[in-house]
Structures are given as C-alpha cells and as structure tokens.
Design a protein around this ligand. Sequence first.
Ligand code: CMC
Length: 428
Amino acid sequence: MSDTATLEINGNSYELPVKIGTENEVAIDVKTLRSATGGVITIDPGYKNTGSCESAITFLDGEKGILRYRGYSIEELAEKADFLEVAYLLIFGELPTKEELDKFHSDIKHHSVVSEDIKKIIDAFPVSAHPMGVLSSLTSALTAFNPSSVDVNSDEAMYNAIVRILGKFPVLVAWTMRKKHGLPLEYGDDNLGYVENVLKMMFKSPNKEYEQNPILINALDKLLILHADHEQNCSTSTVRITGSSHAGLFVSLASGISALWGPLHGGANQAVLEMLEAIKADGGDTKKYMAKAKDKNDPFRLMGFGHRVYKNFDPRAKIIKVAADEVLGDLGVEDPILDIAKGLEKEALEDQYFVDRKLYPNVDFYSGIIYRAMGIPVEMFTVMFALGRLPGWIAQWREMRLRKEPIGRPRQLYVGETYRPFKTINER
Ligand code: CMC
C-alpha cells in the first residue's frame, strides 16, 4: 500500500498522506488539502466516508460483524465481564485489577447522591414528558449543582467529573422512571453492585424489601455491556463535538442523550416494540409490514433493521437474540411479540430487498423484548440504552480531550444566492 494518495484538480497534482490503522484500515489524510489547494474541501453528508478522529477505544468491522472494546471481543466481554469492569476498560484502556475496580466503585458510590433540589426540577415536568427529554435536561442541570465538573483541565478534575456522573446518572435514570409512575424518589444501597443498585433504585416498592433476582441482574449487565460503546455513531460524535468546544462533561453527555433519542438511533428500541405491537394488533400479518417497508412511497421502515456500518449480522443482535430466549425462559414469560419478531427476521433474511441492501437485525431488534420481560416500561428503553452508552461517551470525550483535538467545525459547500442588493420593504 502506497503511503500517499495523489489528487488532481485543474491540472495540479497534490500528494496526500495515507494512514493505516492497527486493524489495517486505510484513510487518506486531507488535513492539509484546503491550505494546499487554496480552498478545496471534501464533502460527505452523513459522514459515510469521513473519519472524524483517530481513536483507540472501539474497533468494529461491519463486513465481518466484529466488535471489540480496547481489543477484547464483545462476545467474551458479554459472557465474562461485568458492566463496571467494561466501563473502566473503555474509559482507562485496560481491564482493572481487583484493587483498581474496588477503588473505582468506591469513588463512584461516594458521589452517588444528587442535590435534593433536582427533585424540584423533576416535579416541574408534566407526567407525560418523555423520559429521554427529562434525562437530557437533568444531566445538563447537574452542571449547575457541580460547577467544579465544568472546568476539567487536569487529570484529577477529569477523574472527579467521571466518577460523579457514573454515580449520579443511575439515580437520574431511576427517578425519571419513578416520577412517571408516581413512586417516591429514593436512593439505592451502597452495599450493592452497580447494576444491582440500578435495579433496586428503579423497582423498589415503598412498602416492601427489594428482592434481587440474579436473572435480572445478569440480563441487565449483559445489555449494558452490549450498548457500552460503538465508536463514532451519531450520539458519540455529538458528545465529542460538543466537548471539543471545551464545554463540560455533563452538558456534552446531555447533547449525546438528545442525539440518542431519535428513532433512527437509540430511539429505535422503543420504535421496534411499538412496531411489533402494531403488527400483533393488526392480526400478526408480517407480510403486510414487509411490503410496507419495501414500498418506496411508504415512509415505514422495518425498525431494528439495517445499520450504517454493519453489512453483515450485528454481533450484538446475535447475543441479544439468544439472551431474549434465555431471559424469557428463566423468568417464565411467554411473549407472543418474540414469535412475531422471529418471524419477521426470518422473512427479511430471505427477502431479496433486504438481502440486496444487506439489512440485518441490529442491536435494537430484540433488546426491547428483554427489557419488557424485565418489567421496564417501553418509554424507558432508550433511557436504558443511554445508561449502557454512558461509559462509551465518557471514554470518547476523555480521549478527545487528552488528544487535545481541535474544536469540531466542519466546512460546507455554499449553494445559496450569490450577492444581491438589499430591497426595501416597498420594493419586495
Ligand atoms: N427498512 C427498510 N428499508 C431500509 C431500512 C429499514 N429498516 N434500512 C435501510 N433501508 C433501505 C433504504 O431505504 C435504502 O434503500 P435504497 O438504496 O433503495 O434507497 C437502503 O436500505 C440504504 O439505507 P440508508 O438509509 O441509506 O442507510 P443508512 O446507513 O443511511 O441508515 C439506518 C442506517 C440504521 C438509519 C437505517 O438502516 C434505518 O433507518 N434503520 C431503522 C432504524 C433503526 O433500526 N435504527 C437503529 C440503528 S442500530 C442502533 C443505533 O444506532 O442506535
């Protein structure tokens, strides 16, 4: 492979460096293009061909269906690690020793109390508010209650902001749900593991002891690990670009939460379940919905199918499909929606439209079925995704700051009016 690429414009030739990643990915470095050519830029809406950064966190090969965090395969991590270990791995680059993990967890617990005034903000939201909007607002509001987390120019300040948000975010997640269901906003228990504590905070009934269920703990641990990072997706790029202006960690995360909310991104898990419910209510006619998805005059898309990068099976979907069978079996839940999902998947995988476009089930296709079996309300599904993605967003934000990346500021190709003289109101 040559280490330069040659570009010819208007008879002039420019040499651009070619960079090779550790997994042999190839990138043409266009950093000097504009200055060398006197103004020429590249254009790539949706960034389908554009690398926004160099990153050492997550590797994914969409053709082969490979996903690795810091070199470790998602299959091994989902089977052998717990969520907090994975969070540490993503953020700091190595799996923690027992001492490192204990200290990390203890620091997180130390910061897991939020100001009582946050409850006033929660109270001000209408009960009908979508939890993702509430979560994004509360995450942003945390900045006001923790001003020291804004200015994060030292390693220590960065570490403090990170353990603070890892401690407080699950409280916001749980309170967002509890408010919607009219339950008191309570804390969990510092003696519990991170994921056990999340479950207790979400589900403890005010008049009963909360009994931990290992099936739920394992299922949530696995789901959070599978969602923990996915390199430069829409919400992560949003976090990085917000943080590139040196905005603090919490507001950078709040912008990522908003980006995740959309149905083409994390909001798809809610949309999938609503779609499967609609198919069920419509008599279970999957063929009708397949036809709608293929009809170019119909805006309907098969939610939970397709991915910008995976053109082969999403490895997370493979693991989640098996987990859905296990969790529903273990909990003794029979959900007709699971059969509809499997039927739809089978039809899509055999359909020429989906085969030609390499559309496979993605991470969101089966996750909602597990969340529902666990008793998590459908409008909370994307919030659960955010809880899982939190360490990934943090890791990417930290990497961007440590690499001293410049402020994100794309160019554009202007296609509007050229100069025209101003017309007074009577001349228009
Ligand atoms: N149902 C029907 N047709 C589809 C679908 C779908 N779910 N996804 C893509 N297509 C078609 C699309 O119409 C286009 O067809 P044509 O070439 O004839 O115009 C072709 O496949 C390529 O689609 P695209 O929209 O250009 O691909 P993209 O890379 O821009 O979009 C996507 C990727 C995930 C936004 C898209 O596949 C989609 O909308 N899927 C449904 C929503 C979803 O499940 N999102 C979750 C993604 S995974 C988790 C996450 O990111 O949070």
